[in-house]
Write a protein that binds this ligand. Structure first.
Ligand SMILES: Cc1ncc(COP(=O)(O)O)c(C=O)c1O
Length: 246
């Protein structure tokens, strides 16, 4: 391959208005997305070469942007084009496609004012990754209800997508230490919330129940709830306590 043709085979990204191979996609250390976790994002699945529920993901991304008061200065139409282009460059038919906006670096050195930052828009497509590996899915994952509680909804709105995963990461260490595959967290009132990158459901009798609090409004969750009636199951969004878990 000549030097002039970039290698997108491991994935493609859009950063600072330019398309680059995923290995060249970087954010500066001064970006508040890195120093303050002042960033929001969304991830859409490309399966068999097509986006799955892209408009739902764009709706949620825009709700997250508004919630974080981030404005990347890119229209929804432009986002659709950029997302399509990173997928096309990568050549992937089954891809993990992320869109992000970071607060950026303040224009005034040392400023603590978010208004001094130009917010970024970043997108990338890489090969699809399963939250639970396929072989573990096959045998059924063992989930630990971890000791660490999910951060309060009063401090962090779980319906706005975020990278603040200290509680999840602590839970995952606890799960591994105890021989489980991964962790799910209760809130501080003892109600089940979600896991690191996934919503949870319990199936009891003919009912499929998913938490009504402390969790992202996942697109997978929405799809599961949509499909329940077709399968003769009753979808319920309601409170779940530790005692309700199998
Ligand atoms: C905390 C959390 N919960 C749930 C989900 C699942 O959301 P979706 O089904 O929209 O991918 C994610 C996905 O990244 C997540 O980060």
């Amino acid at each position: 391959m000549s030097q002039s043709s970039p290698d997108y085979s491991k994935g493609a990204a859009y950063v600072n208005g330019t398309y680059v191979p995923i290995s060249e996609a970087k954010i500066p250390v001064g970006d508040w997305g890195f120093t303050h976790s002042d960033v929001t994002y969304d991830v859409v699945h490309v399966t068999d070469g097509g986006f799955f529920r892209l408009e739902d993901h764009l709706d949620r991304f825009h709700r997250s942007l508004e919630g974080y008061r981030l404005d990347p200065g890119v229209t929804r139409d432009e986002m659709r084009i950029i997302l399509g282009k990173v997928v096309a460059l990568s050549g992937l038919k089954d891809a993990f496609v992320a869109m992000l906006s970071t607060r950026g670096i303040p224009r005034v050195y040392g400023s603590r004012d978010p208004a001094d930052c130009d917010n970024t828009f970043i997108a990338y497509a890489v090969p699809w990754v399963d939250v639970i590996k396929p072989d573990v899915q096959e045998r059924g994952a063992h989930l630990l209800v971890a000791q660490v509680p999910r951060i309060s909804q009063n401090s962090l709105d779980p319906t706005l997508k975020n990278y603040m995963w200290r509680d999840f990461t602590r839970g995952m260490f606890e799960a591994k230490d105890k021989g489980f595959d991964t962790a799910i967290l209760l809130d501080s009132d003892g109600y089940l919330t979600e896991g690191a990158g996934f919503n949870v459901f319990i199936v009891k009798d003919n009912k499929v129940i998913t938490p009504d609090r402390g969790a992202l409004r996942g697109i997978t969750r929405l799809s599961v709830l949509d499909l329940c009636p077709e399968l003769g199951l009753e979808p319920i969004v309601g409170p779940i306590t530790f005692e309700d878990t199998p």
